[in-house]
Design a protein around this ligand. Structure first.
Ligand code: HEC
Ligand code: HEC
Ligand code: HEC
Ligand code: HEC
Ligand code: HEC
Ligand code: HEC
Length: 344
């Protein structure tokens, strides 16, 4: 690739030598301005054209595509997404069919439904053609970029630099937007080390559904939208907590460590290594119990494919990346993960 060295990569090499990028890059709120901005007389100019990348998304992807959280993936092949740190990889937006249901081959669901269609000039991803605004809300899909959700200047010191009601003005693709609900209380795993597992995962403590609701409202609770009805910020009842804690896969004996990173719940006492039971007193179902925040190889950024009956179907009809079966002992007969919380 050396012969294709561009001005940008030369600047990057110089930058790499000049800045301690391996460390806590976004610490203290704002990192070196010149990591993202073209500088003039030591001060960054405003405006998208003076970013180091083709737009805000591409500026972030310079460092975050395959490193520091692998938010795109190591290549542009959605079959090799690389390690997962929580949010999921946007490369699935390039998939041609995500539908693993029984009629999946004949009824393709295109990649733009893999999740948030972030606009990247370099990757060629465009605004979602299906939803012109966030379902349940009003955020325009034509402005959706990394900086719609993440504050590049990290004000507020929030979980994953997310915007919140104390630093509310997000600006992306020329669109300004006010976050009326606070950033969630959560803790992520390091974006350099081992990927997500059942003992190493985001600790969701409170406020996730509220935060997604900045753009979506209480999506499935709103009768206006028809379709799937479900609480999105509700306590696990005694019955559901009992189900969660005794479920270790289809037809399997109960687990000793019931927490499943693929079907997380929110709990104020959660930690990134928590592997214990759900509590009917304090654990809650929330948006990310069922969805990834970025994208996945299932429709609607599902943490698993909502269309499959059993894991034997995963990745088969669509030819898309098969989401790994979290319960290998149950084998291909493992069923849809709604069953982690509900008896069929
Ligand atoms: C010059 C490289 C570089 C650029 C450009 C960059 N980042 Fe980062 N980012 C990093 C590094 C390195 C870390 C890891 C810091 C650590 O582990 O302490 C990081 C961490 C993060 C985290 C996790 C922070 C946390 O507290 O857990 C988020 C979220 C993030 N970056 C978002 C972005 C967004 C959004 C953009 C574009 C506006 C961006 N980054 C641009 C290098 C970069
Ligand atoms: C991690 C990447 C990153 C770093 C580091 C960074 N910026 Fe920015 N900055 C951005 C992005 C992306 C935008 C554009 C947002 C948009 O309009 O799409 C921006 C926009 C701005 C703007 C326009 C107003 C606004 O808030 O949108 C100013 C001013 C600014 N940055 C100043 C700074 C200064 C000063 C520093 C260093 C102290 C800095 N930035 C460091 C990514 C960064
Ligand atoms: C800054 C606004 C914003 C926030 C915050 C936001 N979304 Fe979205 N979301 C959008 C927009 C715009 C769309 C429609 C465009 C698209 O589908 O890419 C969308 C679409 C979606 C979709 C449908 C994806 C598809 O194409 O099928 C899901 C699922 C979703 N969001 C879930 C969430 C969850 C869960 C959260 C919280 C972790 C969240 N969103 C936070 C703006 C937002
Ligand atoms: C719709 C809002 C939204 C958009 C758009 C978005 N993020 Fe995120 N991001 C989140 C949330 C929420 C999390 C925490 C997910 C979790 O822990 O389950 C996250 C997590 C991360 C992390 C930590 C590693 C991980 O995968 O959990 C990084 C780094 C990051 N985002 C960077 C980016 C970059 C770069 C982009 C654009 C290419 C982007 N994000 C677009 C909401 C968003
Ligand atoms: C119990 C699991 C579950 C929870 C919790 C959940 N969702 Fe969903 N979501 C689904 C399923 C299943 C679908 C696909 C079926 C449908 O669209 O009716 C979906 C679809 C969506 C879509 C895509 C709709 C479309 O027309 O493309 C959006 C947007 C969405 N969810 C947002 C959210 C938000 C925001 C939250 C939290 C406030 C949330 N979801 C909580 C399971 C869930
Ligand atoms: C993390 C646990 C969890 C997961 C995963 C989950 N649910 Fe639920 N579900 C709940 C809770 C909690 C309630 C509320 C129960 C109550 O109030 O009695 C609920 C309620 C329901 C209801 C009744 C809704 C109403 O309005 O009365 C249905 C139907 C349902 N779930 C279906 C599903 C389906 C389908 C899936 C998979 C796409 C799913 N659930 C995944 C926890 C979960």
């Amino acid at each position: 690739m050396r012969r294709r060295l561009t001005g940008i990569s030369i600047a990057l090499l110089a930058l790499g030598a000049a800045l301690p990028l391996a460390g806590a890059f976004h610490d203290d709120g704002v990192a070196h301005c010149s990591a993202c901005h073209e500088m003039h007389a030591g001060r960054p100019e405003t405006g998208e054209t003076l970013l180091k990348g083709s737009n805000a998304t591409d500026t972030c992807l310079r460092c975050h595509a395959s490193r520091h959280g692998n938010t795109w993936g190591p290549s542009d092949d959605p079959l090799t997404p690389g390690p997962l740190y929580g949010g999921g990889q946007f490369v699935f937006l390039l998939e041609d069919n995500l539908n693993d249901g029984p009629d999946g081959a004949g009824d393709p669901i295109p990649g733009h439904q893999a999740g948030h269609s972030i606009i990247s000039r370099d990757k060629g991803t465009a605004a979602d053609p299906l939803h012109s605004v966030s379902p349940g809300g009003s955020y325009p899909s034509s402005a959706l970029q990394c900086t719609s959700c993440h504050d590049p200047h990290g004000r507020g010191g929030h979980f994953r630099l997310l915007y919140g009601s104390d630093y509310p003005e997000s600006r992306a693709g020329g669109h300004s937007f006010t976050f009326t609900r606070p950033a969630p209380d959560a803790q992520g795993i390091p974006v350099h080390g081992p990927e997500e597992s059942d003992t190493h995962h985001t600790a969701f403590r409170a406020g996730l559904a509220d935060w997604c609701g900045n753009c979506h409202g209480r999506y499935h609770e709103n009768a206006v939208h028809g379709g799937f009805r479900h609480p999105s910020d509700a306590p696990l009842t005694a019955q559901i907590a009992e189900r969660y804690n005794s479920y270790d896969g289809t037809d399997q004996p109960p687990p000793t460590d019931p927490y499943l990173a693929l079907v997380p719940f929110e709990d104020p006492a959660s930690s990134t290594s928590y592997s214990g039971p759900a509590s009917s007193a304090s654990s809650r179902v929330m948006c990310l119990s069922c969805h990834r925040a970025h994208a996945s190889s299932a429709p609607n950024a599902g943490r698993w494919d909502f269309n499959i009956e059993t894991w034997a179907e995963e990745g088969v009809e669509s030819g898309s990346y098969p989401i790994p079966n979290p319960y290998p002992a149950a084998g291909a007969g493992q069923r849809n993960l709604c069953e982690k919380c509900h008896t069929p």
